[in-house]
Design a protein around this ligand. Structure first.
Ligand code: SAM
Ligand code: SF4
Length: 440
């Protein structure tokens, strides 16, 4: 069957798409580049903010029109599928296959079914599933824990992805070994709260221990996302500092710099705790690269609260940040109990925060000028004079295309830095050598 998968949302969704895609490939699916060519279109959805939900709504509308013209099977998976909001859409737009984030392993049964197939259960098979290594990829994701036991008042994820379930460490290590054998040089360990790893299963290693074990597999770059500040213990910091394969890139979402807002968000830590964690990271690893997630304009956020976020920015000096405007999501406590701020207030604050972040990104990026960094080159940049890649600290980096003819790891002397880009020249190829041309 000619199949096309469209993915919205986070890295976990990308991983889930890979999982379903490999299941479909084993069933003989042929993948096509556009939905217009496909007999089966599968949409992997995101429900965290309103925008991706609206994108799915308009896509499903188009697909329903297409169904009037020809035989077409439409599927929906991911977070939105788990919600009443998504199921209403699925009914309205005549979606044939609906799989919640816990039911992805049912894709084969869904295609065998001769009628509409909906499954919203959380299946144990998913935790035991071992997807094959992606072909010819240098970077890959590995899920280590699914779900979330926190209750941030703005967030729909605990509803859509259920409680935390850690994967067996042997399975994770097997998946890593498979990826290494396939030539992958960078793996990102995934979970909503990776540092909760193991807490739900007696006998499993802690996240810190898992990082050490993952390092020993021998993949040159191990990254992880996302960490919750409340569980970002000294042991986790020590494991990162001691394990050379683990990149010193730490994404630690703060969400707000104001204790009053953090309390209303249900974040379970105070500004002082967060700043103490940052201090501990910097003490153990002065070269650590730090990024965060911030929500601007949470209900009830005053100008004074927002100033607290700006001052936290100045204390931490993040290398980069994902900055979001608060989006009221039906089904969350903040949607039910709090009044949304006017959009213009939220937009104006976001613009100020973006400016502040640009300042710090520029300052932080200057520290790499004159240094040699390892860059994972993926291929040609938009401007074909350059090849693009990223450092161990996730900095997007450009090098002259002629100096990095194939994807792979290179040593790059950084010559120039802007807020969003490093520019350098290749001074050596790193072991393992770049991939042979056939895979490039
Ligand atoms: N588990 C992670 C954590 O605790 O930071 C992140 C999960 S969430 C899918 C990714 C980011 O989306 C969050 O860190 C938060 O900044 C943002 N987010 C979640 N709900 C949101 C909402 N209702 N409005 C705006 N941003 C939101
Ligand atoms: Fe959402 Fe909070 Fe859980 Fe992150 S920790 S997924 S923001 S509820």
């Amino acid at each position: 069957m000619k199949t096309h998968i469209i993915t919205y949302g986070c890295q976990m969704n990308e991983y889930d798409t890979h999982l379903v895609r490999s299941e479909l490939a084993s069933l003989g699916a042929e993948f096509v580049d556009t939905w217009q060519e496909a007999d089966f279109v599968l949409v992997n959805t995101c429900a965290v903010r309103g925008k991706p939900v609206e994108k799915v709504r308009s896509l499903l509308g188009e697909l329903r029109k297409e169904k009037e013209r020809r035989a077409l099977l439409v599927g929906m998976m991911g977070c939105l599928a788990q919600l009443e909001e998504g199921q209403q859409m699925a009914r309205k737009f005549e979606v044939d296959v609906l799989l919640g984030p816990g039911a992805l392993t049912e894709i084969g049964k869904a295609l065998e079914a001769q009628s509409r197939f909906w499954d919203l259960s959380f299946r144990e098979e998913l935790t035991h599933h071992l997807p094959p290594a992606p072909k010819g990829a240098l970077s890959a994701f590995v899920s280590i824990i699914r779900g979330c036991n926190h209750h941030c008042t703005y967030c729909i994820v605990p509803t859509t992805r259920g409680p935390e379930v850690s994967r067996h460490p042997d399975l994770i290590l097997r998946e890593l070994a498979q990826l290494k054998a396939a030539g992958v040089v960078e793996v990102t360990l995934l979970g909503q709260n990776v540092n909760s790893y193991g807490k739900d299963q007696p006998g499993y290693p802690s996240f810190a221990e898992l990082l050490r074990q993952a390092g020993r597999v021998g993949i040159p770059r191990i990254k992880f996302t996302t960490s919750h500040p409340v569980n970002f213990t000294d042991d986790v910091i020590a494991a990162i500092a001691e394990t050379p394969q683990v990149c010193r890139y730490i994404h630690l979402p703060v969400q707000s710099g104001s204790n009053r807002v953090l309390r209303r968000m249900g974040r379970e830590y105070r500004r002082e705790w967060y700043l103490d964690r940052i201090r501990a990271i910097r003490q153990a690893m002065p070269d650590a690269v730090l990024s965060t997630d911030i929500i601007v304009g949470f209900p009830g956020e005053t100008e004074e609260d927002f100033q607290q976020t700006l001052s936290l920015y100045d204390e931490v000096r993040y290398d980069s940040a994902y900055m979001f405007i608060y989006s009221p999501r039906p089904g969350t406590p903040s949607y039910k109990h709090f009044q949304d701020l006017p959009r213009e207030v939220k937009v104006e604050r976001l613009q100020r925060l973006i400016e502040r972040q640009k300042h710090w990104s520029y300052q932080q990026n200057q520290r790499w000028v004159g240094q040699t960094l390892e860059v994972l080159v993926r291929g040609a940049a938009k401007d074909e004079a350059y090849a693009e890649g990223h450092t161990r600290g996730n900095h997007p980096t450009l090098v002259p295309a002629a100096q990095a003819p194939r994807p792979g790891l290179y040593q790059v002397l950084i010559r120039q830095a802007t807020p969003h880009m490093l520019y350098g020249e290749v001074v050596g190829a790193q072991e393992p050598a770049p991939l042979p041309l056939a895979m490039a």
